[in-house]
Ligand binder design. Structure first.
Ligand SMILES: [Zn+2]
Ligand SMILES: [Zn+2]
Length: 253
């Protein structure tokens, strides 16, 4: 799997760090983890067309994680551009159908893809889920942020990638991330400035350490994180490789 960080930022708009969006590529599939504002433009910058997106995993419905879904759905209606024939699939926590319904109330049928083009799988927000989506093995687990919040684990050819979405400390994420090759974890606030429902570097390190992950990426970085030392507090709990996310960074696993 190849991971491209499209947006290492948050809900606070910045030129340096786009809103959350991660591209995961296998030999055949193109997968998006979250779909924050600006993700489409960044996909185009790495020369990926929205026609190529097979799977979209949404962590939760905060605007910084989902709003490029609106232009994406609208664009699927442009027959000269959107050439895809097989359906794309959206995975999200319970409530996605209501969320899409509300978008349709606002935008009408303009956010409805051509018939049969969009498949949706709502996953439990109470319990972990596990299923096959060949060639991927997928697991999800509820995390502590919004009622619909999920973290995801993608396995492909013996390699595993875990994405936390937004969350506070939770044993669910430790369990989901157990011995993962790569954990992309939110780290919204620097040490000493914790915000409820989010992590600090030490808590991110604790999760990575308890889960014994092989590599850790700190992402979802608000501006104060860029002026702080994130590594030292994280290192207290985790002795593996720690990477501070940057937009357009690629990681191979
Ligand atoms: Zn967020
Ligand atoms: Zn959020």
């Amino acid at each position: 799997m190849k991971v491209t960080i499209l947006g290492s930022g948050t809900g606070w708009p910045r030129r340096e760090r786009g809103a959350p969006g991660y591209l995961v590529e296998t030999a055949q599939e193109k997968i998006l983890l979250d779909f924050g504002p600006g993700t489409i433009v960044r996909l185009l910058q790495v020369e990926v067309s929205i026609s190529e997106i097979d799977f979209i995993f949404l962590s939760h419905f905060h605007p910084d994680h989902v709003t490029d879904l609106i232009p994406f759905l609208f664009a699927t209606r442009y027959q000269l551009g959107y050439q895809r024939r097989e359906p794309f699939k959206i995975f999200a926590g319970e409530g996605f159908h209501n969320f899409h319904q509300a978008l349709k109330q606002a935008f009408g049928h303009w956010v409805e893809p051509p018939t049969g083009m969009m498949k949706v799988l709502e996953l439990s927000t109470q319990y972990p889920s596990a299923f096959l989506e060949p060639p991927l093995e997928i697991r999800s687990a509820p995390v502590v942020h919004n009622p619909e919040s999920l973290a995801y684990r993608l396995e492909h050819q013996g390699k595993s990638l875990v994405y936390s979405g937004d969350t506070d400390y939770t044993p669910n994420l430790v369990e989901l991330a157990e011995e993962a090759d790569l954990l992309i974890i939110e780290c919204s606030a620097p040490e000493g400035r914790k915000v409820s429902g989010h992590l600090t570097p030490s808590l991110a390190g604790r999760i990575a350490g308890e889960a014994r992950v092989k590599r850790l990426v700190l992402s979802h970085l608000y501006p104060p994180c860029d002026e702080a030392d994130l590594i030292t507090p994280c290192r207290r709990y985790y002795d593996g490789e720690i990477i501070i996310a940057e937009d357009f960074m690629t990681l191979t696993l």
